[in-house]
Design a protein around this ligand. Structure first.
Ligand SMILES: [Zn+2]
Length: 252
């Protein structure tokens, strides 16, 4: 009787720790699911912010160019007004020297007018280029904002959906912990923390450890199947269970 009870107890211990593992793995899965979305959302937020800064800079450049165009148009008008004034003066000159002096002034103002026209023409080309850049960035930012809204919605949905499941799993994990033998639980915690995938209890799969995939010798596999001893993988230290026991314990 005592032997039977002891044998059964090892199997029970394995079932308890395996149940805990399945629940904890489910919690890990939920974390992973959420884990990437917040990062994606953050990246998109950064992209949108960067594009907005670029658009603001281009806007500032466009304002500067427009101010310049206005100033050159004003200068042209001033030159025109001066020419009109000089032409009037020419009608009342006293000698040819005075006439020539005024003619020279008119020529100068004509040159100034042509220069103004050229400046405006060049500035308009530049303005066109800036507008093109701005429009490219505007369509980019629109696309990014759309993606961001999608990802945010996805994340909120997952958070909403998983909140309940997560707290239910946490409760079940607590309850499952209490059934695990104290020494075994210590080992479980230690192994679980030392591996990224959080697996401390693994099944034997295709003659290999389900954690590190190293081959498990037939003799050891037989011992695992007998469930009379707690057996750990000699390569990775994980607690090993046979596939039937693994499949008999469900996470949900
Ligand atoms: Zn292993």
């Amino acid at each position: 009787m005592a032997t039977v009870a002891k044998d059964f107890s090892i199997e029970e211990k394995l079932v308890a720790v395996l149940s805990l593992q399945k629940i904890d793995s489910k919690i890990d899965e939920l974390q992973t699911l959420k884990g990437e979305l917040p990062m994606e959302v953050k990246d998109l937020e950064d992209d949108v912010e960067g594009l907005q800064t670029r658009i603001n800079n281009v806007d500032a450049e466009i304002t500067t160019i427009n101010d310049y165009i206005t100033s050159r148009k004003d200068a042209k008008q001033e030159a025109e007004a001066l020419i009109a004034k000089y032409e009037k003066q020419q009608d009342n000159v006293k000698n040819s020297r005075e006439f020539e002096a005024i003619t020279k002034e008119i020529e100068m103002q004509n040159l100034e007018m042509r220069l103004c026209d050229k400046n405006v023409k060049d500035a308009l080309v530049e303005l066109q280029e800036r507008e093109t850049v701005k429009n490219q960035n505007l369509s980019l930012i629109e696309a990014k904002k759309e993606m961001l809204a999608q990802k945010q919605e996805e994340l909120e949905k997952i958070i909403k959906e998983t909140e309940k499941e997560e707290s239910a799993l946490a409760e079940r994990s607590e309850a499952a912990k209490e059934k695990v033998d104290a020494r075994l639980f210590g080992a479980y915690e230690r192994i679980r923390q030392s591996y990224k995938n959080g697996l401390a209890v693994v099944p034997v799969l295709r003659d290999s450890c389900g954690g590190c995939f190293n081959i498990i010798p037939p003799q050891r596999q037989t011992e695992i199947m007998q469930r009379k001893k707690i057996i750990v993988c000699e390569h990775c230290g994980r607690i090993l269970v046979d596939i039937d026991l693994n499949d008999s314990v469900q996470s949900a």
